[in-house]
Design a binder for this molecule. Structure first.
Ligand SMILES: [Zn+2]
Length: 158
């Protein structure tokens, strides 16, 4: 029986240790290079042979406010319900009349602050929360190999 790290003949039984998650049988001199493994018959099954550091892609769901498709029509409808002209509405929320006209014609995407004011004024919802799944596609870490151990083994001289 040879030590799997230094390649020397092991007198007696070798010591099983874990190096980077892999089990190797080594001599007494090399046992400190890894974690000594408690020898038991049941342990064999549960041994993690390769330490996987690969990170699972992290997913996150973020909610974003999205304007309703017909937000401009809702504004127009609410305004007309009150019998206000665009000018009146503009004054109520301290914006320009031209802005109201553009919003109602869906010519522009109104600022969230303007939407806030209109929502509060008419007590309506012009936005809905839309879940957005963001997937982090960044690659995880490398899977460690026993490369170092192999290099040492090659140096063995008979
Ligand atoms: Zn050794």
């Amino acid at each position: 029986m040879e030590c799997e790290i230094c390649g020397k003949e092991i007198k007696g039984s070798g010591i099983k240790i874990l190096v980077e998650g892999s089990e190797v049988t080594v001599c007494h001199a090399c046992k400190n290079l890894g974690t000594e493994k408690k020898v038991s018959k049941a342990s064999q099954k549960g041994v993690k042979r390769v330490l996987i550091r690969k990170r699972a892609p992290s997913t996150a769901i973020e909610f974003t406010d999205e304007l309703l498709e017909n937000y401009n029509k809702i504004i127009k409808r609410e305004r007309e319900k009150k019998g206000w002209s665009q000018e009146v509405l503009a004054r109520k929320i301290q914006e320009k009349e031209s802005l109201i006209r553009k919003i109602e014609n869906a010519e522009i995407n109104p600022e969230p602050s303007v939407i806030d004011k209109i929502e509060r004024l008419f007590n309506v919802k012009l936005r809905e929360k839309v879940p957005e799944v963001k997937i982090d596609l960044k690659k995880g870490g490398m899977t460690p190999t026993l490369g170092d151990v192999v290099v040492i083994k090659k140096k063995k001289s008979n």
